[in-house]
Design a protein around this ligand. Structure first.
Ligand code: PLP
Length: 389
């Protein structure tokens, strides 16, 4: 008989290990390491959120509930979108998911059949590529280009040229992990026209939309699309409110699909924990100040890193317009993972190898700057000393 591993479907057996985790596992327990490898900040979840969860748990909100989320939570989500983007999204167009990852998973489950292609800009968050492969789809990366001023840019002609009869969707993550690229509103409109003309779906991952350093907020596809457009928007509580471990997110879908997403919610997780949903309501209703604190800290740390690291010969940084990552290119480097491991061991700074974000990330490192300024200064000092050797 076949060994268990050999009996697995190819698409499962061939899933690539997450390279960020491969490096992080080497230094997780070392207290001296400044850990800038994963996408989370150094602040704890604010007390008003944890207290709301605790209160709800004690009050007995511990049972099965609506699979798309508590009605009060979906109303709070609708209010949040009106407040921040001025868009009207009906509460029955939301489903509450187990984090942003599960929002994207349910989005792709809804639209993708085996063999169909999804086009997206690269370098990219590795989980997107993995979701597409898990569902038997085919990832089609289109490169972001670095302009002379150090910013990234997507060429929509290249996106259009990548469309084939098997293309099902275009997936955009703006503000982008790992590059910090923010898609301009005019390009969003042009892409909307393209997907409308070609009958494609648009999957928009907007989990970093508050984290912008030029505009007050990144534009959302919700502003340029209609409720009848083939648009799916994934978002999360993780980044805005320091809730990465809570596993709470949401997905917005077109009008008329409430039953479909009720089904998908039911068969994925039935719901996220009921008492957590009460805390999510608190985050949405009372959490705008905390978001501002997060973004202000990120901006300060970003400036320290950009200034201190661009001074290092051979390092090039795209000054990030959004998200909370720096994507550094290291001249002459051909093994990003080995470099990240050397930096971990010698400089005690934990970074993610660029190759975790696809082959275009070779020679790059990704640094999460959602930390306080003292830590940013110390990490910069260590990296300067490392590269001086
Ligand atoms: N999308 C992007 C681009 C991300 O970087 C992340 C997290 O790192 C997510 C989605 C999902 O986050 P979570 O599943 O923690 O809510």
């Amino acid at each position: 008989p076949l060994a268990p591993r050999d009996s697995l479907p190819d698409r499962i057996r061939d899933l690539a290990p997450n390279e960020i985790a491969e490096v992080a596992y080497l230094g997780f327990e070392d207290p001296e390491v400044i850990k800038l490898w994963v996408g989370e900040g150094d602040l704890p979840t604010p007390a008003f959120i944890t207290e709301a969860a605790h209160k709800a748990m004690v009050e007995g909100h511990t049972r099965y509930t609506w699979s798309t989320g508590l009605p009060r939570l979906r109303q709070a989500l609708a209010d949040y979108h009106r407040r921040h983007w001025g868009v009207e999204v009906a509460p029955d167009r939301f489903t509450v998911t187990a984090g942003g990852i599960n929002a994207l998973m349910q989005a792709m489950q809804a639209i993708l059949s085996p063999g169909e292609e999804v086009i997206y800009p690269a370098p990219h968050w590795p989980n997107l590529d993995a979701i597409i492969r898990l569902l038997g789809g085919v990832p089609v990366p289109v490169p972001l280009h670095m302009r002379a001023d150090g910013r990234f840019e997507l060429d929509l002609d290249e996106v259009a040229a990548a469309i084939t009869p098997r293309t099902r969707a275009i997936a955009i993550n703006s503000p982008s992990n790992p590059t910090g690229w923010v898609m301009p509103r005019a390009q969003m409109t042009a892409l909307r026209d393209l997907v409308r003309a070609r009958g494609l779906w648009l999957v928009s991952d907007e989990v970093y939309n508050h984290f912008t350093y030029g505009n007050a907020i990144a534009p959302s596809f919700l502003e340029v699309c209609e409720p009848s457009d083939r648009l799916l928007v994934a978002n999360t509580f993780s980044k805005n409110w320091a809730m990465t471990g809570w596993r709470a997110g949401w997905l917005i879908f077109p009008e008329g699909l409430a039953q479909v997403f009720d089904n998908l919610g039911q068969y994925n997780t039935t719901s996220i924990p009921t008492f957590l949903q009460h805390a999510c309501i608190a985050a949405l209703d009372q959490g705008d100040d905390f978001i501002r604190t997060m973004v202000t800290r990120c901006r300060a740390a970003r400036d320290i890193f950009v200034e201190g690291l661009s001074a290092i010969p051979g390092i090039r940084i795209a000054a990030p317009e959004g998200s909370f990552y720096l994507f550094l290119s290291v001249e002459g480097e051909t093994d990003a993972k080995a470099l990240a491991i050397r930096i971990l061991r010698q400089a005690k700074v934990g970074l993610a190898p660029g190759t975790a974000f696809g082959p275009d990330g070779q020679g790059h490192l990704r640094l999460c700057f959602a930390v306080d300024t003292a830590l940013a200064r110390e990490a910069t000092r260590r990296l300067q000393a490392f590269f001086a050797r």
